[in-house]
Design a protein around this ligand. Structure first.
Ligand code: EGU
Length: 452
């Protein structure tokens, strides 16, 4: 186990009264400096919050998050247009990854039955006995025996390696052509450089940037673009030229000099999507979080899905009286379709955004979604609403979305057919129109509506 999902899981198991040992390959991140590369902030939404709530961690995390009620779409000419995420009071939270790790590890540690082991690198483990061999920082090997191994060790899971050797284990991993790079936008006169309670988005088809607010009044900007394009930008002047062309409004906010410097601080980071099934191996081992399903970040659901894994597992533990031989297969049965659905959705949104989403299209689509929802609040629920603000199972949300699309398309077809057919009939059989003005017609119409 490691970090977020691992630490949250430790809380869940400890709360049930299990003896828990957490193993992390790195040093204690609460003492270490900034972890290289990984994105700094994450979007916490309903599923993640529900999972935190179950172990009493919701308020702790939410109090250090920054609410984002709307997106702010930046067009090329600098115009900013807000689009709310949902109804009044509905929002997502920008949370700091490092703080989240820290809080969850400290929470896990408050249970007397939990022991945290850092700088323990997994060398091997036995699928028969559940015995694990770790390499410690001092070079010594350590052998540990467990009744249940919960693999929450990320997209490149060491625990998962044993699954790959099993018959009938499905596994796929896909790197997308885009990389990402993070830039910091400093405060101006001690205040946020842009409106803080928004997820700022610069949709530019192939290129996209987003910015999330931090507690220190900075913004973390994440630039997404194809690796090929990253290779074309090699000098400070080319960086400025590139930003001048696509994100001109951000140059004075990030600062031209900082931009030239920070752009080259780290190489662009890769993004991978991982799917597998089953998630369990007999009654000995189960995968959760990124180890089971790494998703591309284009739905803001990676952490939320991982946290919901813990919640779902906990629900099944209740239902099946903690009998691992029944709980593990049931967890796979229930969770695989949902995790695969969110992995597909995130990938779908990546393909859609890079192919034809500029700021106008983004605004248009969200307006259509929100308007239809306003007209028919029970029939049409935007997909991102089901994903972000409900616990509707991911695969059900997808099914419903397809159904809604059908209904909407058939509705549009009906309207179109009526217009065409009606026009034809009007031309073919012109009615005898009374020779009166529109105003007179309106007055008569009003008279008809009057009850007297
Ligand atoms: C990407 C990287 C806007 C944090 C997807 C929306 C994201 C986040 C969107 C990252 C987008 C994209 C949604 C949320 C969220 C939108 C969402 C994306 C947080 C469909 C730190 N995405 N993200 N969709 O609706 O549902 O605003 O790294 F640009 S939060 Cl790509 Cl809700």
């Amino acid at each position: 186990m490691v970090k977020k999902v691992g630490a949250l899981n430790a809380c869940y198991f400890a709360k049930r009264g299990f003896q828990v040992e957490v193993f992390e390959s790195r040093e204690d991140i609460r003492e270490a400096k900034i972890v290289k590369g990984r994105s700094i902030n994450l979007a916490l939404s309903h599923r993640g919050r529900q999972a935190l709530k179950q172990v009493g961690m919701e308020d702790t995390i939410v109090s250090k998050g920054i609410p984002m009620h709307s997106r702010m779409i930046h067009s090329l000419n600098g115009t900013q247009s807000p689009i709310p995420y949902g109804k009044k009071g509905q929002y997502i939270l920008s949370v700091d990854r490092a703080n989240l790790n820290k809080e969850l590890l400290s929470a896990a540690e408050t249970y007397s039955t939990t022991k945290l082991n850092f700088a323990h690198k997994l060398l091997n483990w036995s699928t028969e006995t559940g015995a694990m061999t770790f390499l410690r920082a001092d070079g010594a090997k350590e052998e540990i025996q467990a009744d249940l191994i919960v693999g929450c060790d990320g997209a490149f899971s060491a625990i998962r390696k044993q699954f790959l050797r099993q018959s009938r284990f499905n596994f796929s991993q896909t790197y997308i052509p885009h990389g990402y790079l993070e830039l910091t936008m400093p405060p101006i006169n001690g205040e946020f450089a842009m409106k803080p309670n928004y997820l700022h988005i610069w949709p530019r088809n192939t290129f996209m940037m987003i910015a999330l607010p931090n507690l220190d009044k900075t913004f973390t900007c994440t630039l997404f673009m194809p690796f090929d394009e990253f290779e074309n930008v090699t000098t400070g002047d080319q960086v400025i030229e590139f930003f001048q062309k696509y994100f001109p409004d951000t140059i004075p906010l990030i600062g031209a000099d900082a931009l030239k410097r920070d752009y080259f601080r780290l190489p662009a980071q890769a993004m991978v999507s991982v799917k597998c099934s089953p998630y369990h191996l007999s009654d000995k081992c189960v995968l959760m979080g990124d180890a089971a399903h790494a998703v591309v970040p284009f739905y803001g659901q990676g952490m939320n899905a991982g946290f919901e894994d813990c919640l779902v597992f906990n629900e099944i533990m209740d239902q099946l009286n903690e009998d691992f031989s029944a709980v593990l297969p049931e967890y796979t049965r229930v969770r695989v379709p949902d995790d695969h659905a969110i992995a597909d959705l995130a990938m779908y949104n990546y393909v859609e955004m890079r192919s034809h989403v500029n700021s106008k299209w983004f605004l248009f689509r969200k307006y259509v979604d929100n308007t239809l929802h306003m007209i028919m609040p029970r029939t049409v629920i935007p997909l991102y609403t089901m994903v972000t603000f409900t616990r509707i199972r991911y695969h059900e949300a997808v099914k419903r979305w397809h159904w809604q699309d059908k209904v909407i398309n058939q509705g549009l077809l009906c309207v179109a057919a009526s217009v065409v057919g009606g026009s034809y009939l009007l031309v073919r059989y012109p009615p005898n129109m009374p020779n009166i003005s529109i105003e007179q017609l309106w007055t008569r119409l009003q008279a008809l509506k009057s009850p007297f």
